[in-house]
Design a protein around this ligand. Sequence first.
Ligand SMILES: [Zn+2]
Length: 69
Amino acid sequence: MTVQCCKCKRLRALDQWSAPLPALLQGDVSHTYCPDCADHTYIELFSAQASKSTEREALFLRDQIALFA
Ligand SMILES: [Zn+2]
């Protein structure tokens, strides 16, 4: 199965994130966040509610979520 970052569209192959080459987009495509976009997205998400959580909490939660990604 092909794994694609839903934000930057890069593709994961052999644990490496590479440019979105159409030739690699075959069969089923599963969407997730690459590590870079995951960082940005979680920080954006949690800083949007900064009064409720700190960046440290956001990073902790991100690490917890990454365990299940
Ligand atoms: Zn990405």
